[in-house]
Design a protein around this ligand. Structure first.
Ligand code: ZN
Length: 174
């Protein structure tokens, strides 16, 4: 999960929502990926999808049985589908995603035995740390947009604009 967190920081550096994923087989890291749908102009460029694609290319097989996927945020429905198609043995995720989580938060795609009989899921691993990385990203983005709005209004010191402008703190995965 530490490697997935490092991949998430690559997404942050690129200005994308910081989510990272690593695909391992036994002790071997096969691939990693970070979220970058904006830069790639690709709605499917979630960290899990990127890691799955890279791993499948590396082993020259679209199926990845016996592999485990570590990801800092609960996978969405798209990623859950790809994980099942790849026959990943186990998914380990960090923070839960109350907006698009497909491992129990919004829906539980993996709980349906007609859809899934290959993948087990463990959630909430390093949940606080993974969630904090996302919260700090959105807090910084709100701070930057407040500063930009203040600057647009012609305030001399946008950085000093008060924090309490009625916008509640909240988690905004994706
Ligand atoms: Zn996804």
């Amino acid at each position: 999960m530490a490697l997935a967190q490092a991949a998430a920081e690559e997404a942050r550096a690129a200005g994308e929502v910081p989510v990272g994923a690593v695909l391992v087989r036994g002790d071997e890291v096969i691939a990693s990926g970070f979220n970058h749908p904006i830069g790639a102009h690709d709605p499917s460029a979630h960290a899990e999808m990127v890691a799955l694609r890279a791993a499948a290319q590396a082993v020259e097989n679209y199926r990845l049985p016996g592999c485990e996927l570590y990801v800092t945020l609960e996978p969405c429905l798209m990623c859950a589908g790809a994980i099942m198609h790849a026959r990943i043995a186990r998914v380990v995720f960090g923070a839960r995603d109350p907006k698009t989580g497909a491992c129990g938060s919004v829906v539980d795609a993996f709980a349906n035995p007609q859809l899934n009989h290959h993948t087990t899921v463990s959630g909430g691993v390093l949940e606080a740390e993974c969630g904090a990385a996302l919260k700090s990203f959105f807090a910084e983005r709100r701070r930057a947009s407040r500063a930009a709005r203040a600057a647009a209004r012609g305030e001399a010191d946008a950085e000093a604009a008060p924090e309490a402008d009625g916008e509640p703190a909240r988690t905004e995965p994706h």
